[in-house]
Design a binder for this molecule. Sequence first.
Ligand code: SF4
Length: 509
Amino acid sequence: MTRLILLLGDQLSPSISALDGADPADTVILIAEVLGEATYVPHHRRKIAFLFSAMRHFAEELREAGWRVDYVTLDDPGNSGSLAGEVERAIVRHRAQLLTVTEAGEWRLKQEMDGWQHRFGISVTILPDPRFIASHEEFATWAEGRKSLRMEYFYREMRRKTGLLMRGDEPEGGQWNFDADNRKPASADLFMPRPLRHAPDTITQEVVALVAARFPDNFGSLDDFWYAVTAEQAEASFRHFLKVALPRFGDFQDAMLKGEPFLYHAVVSAYLNCGLLDPLAMCRAVEVEYHAGRAPLNAVEGFIRQIIGWREYVRGIYWREGPDYAHRNALDARRPLPGFYWSAKTRMACVRAAVEQTRDHAYAHHIQRLMVTGTFALLAGVDPHELHQWYLAVYIDAYEWVELPNTVGMSQYADGGLLASKPYAASGAYIDRMSDYCGSCAYSVSAKTGAKACPFNLLYWDFIARHGDRFRKHPRMAQMVRTWDRMDERKQAIIRAESAALLDRIETL
Ligand code: SF4
């Protein structure tokens, strides 16, 4: 009896549950490059190339380990273009009577897979994905009956569960969270480490050529491809981060600098999210650096919180809230996404820098995503679903389970405060404090009104005015609403009029 095991592009781990207990003698592993998965949003070309190359390398490793792998390339003449179509063809090809998969990372595929047993008429087993630290049930139990679902409390549970940075029942260093130490602005004279670069081998070169030919109009550069595409390379990249960047990762994790897309960030989220790295093993390795005296607690705690706290928490929210979470729009934001999110043609230096490096590397760090492109969209009232599709398309590490709550909940407050305790609305002063962008901007960060006024300044107050009724009693927003309410009426009128004019010509900002 032949068992077919389907592995998805973000399931590139030898320990993936679909392989548990399988016997290479009666098993065929199916891995397929399909147009449907590459195009349901218009993915960045570097992201497609990264994933296809990582999938091809993983298939090679499985073959070397003795597995029979049926790998369908995008340009296979028989390729049906959809995951279900490829599963169906493989069932026929191999006369498979059983199909095993590890659960998918998004509702779209989960709903499709739930119908496969009926559709294909064979036994289909869908297994949980234990590469995550919290199961769906654990998250549901934690969330049950809570008035608010704040990440911090979930994170503490995960610290206790894993024992990471714990001294008995107490957190290492006497506190759970050292985020207050992690907000230093960077200065251009700091030594800047760089992520480890990996020269593309023949497989990657072939994939890059394929993507260039098949996706000529997609966003993003394929030039100078340097990402890791195997577990071994990804591990080397992570070890490189531990050595050269982790000690200062905490201090400068919110900083932004012109021409420095990576600063002290690990730039391993793409590897982690497709399965080339293991989250718990990474956290244990980071903890070792602390105990060996090679990295300070604020850096180590900040990194571990991102992995066992934030990453697990947003996954929990994603599955708990259901497929309609993607369409929440609590602030009724309806503006189309401005074209400069794709073209980088804007005089706003901060947005231009974020989009340019996104185009070049399919990467921007969390503050660029949250406080530059995210905050601008929030202030301008951009439709959160459009913005969600943009983030999902352009970032190499973006899968819906992680990207959607970050966009809809954290960045756009479109879930009405389920995830974030307040909207991430800010004027240009925040960007000025944390970056060196404003000095070379066509706008003046100190100007509140007038032709040179920083758009973030004008739109910040316009946002407060537009949503004043909603936030007048909000514990963390009421003070700003009161400040607006007390503002001179003439000044209010100027801000509202200039903001309206600015939004009318948003494409030319
Ligand atoms: Fe961005 Fe405003 Fe600073 Fe220009 S002045 S870089 S738009 S924050």
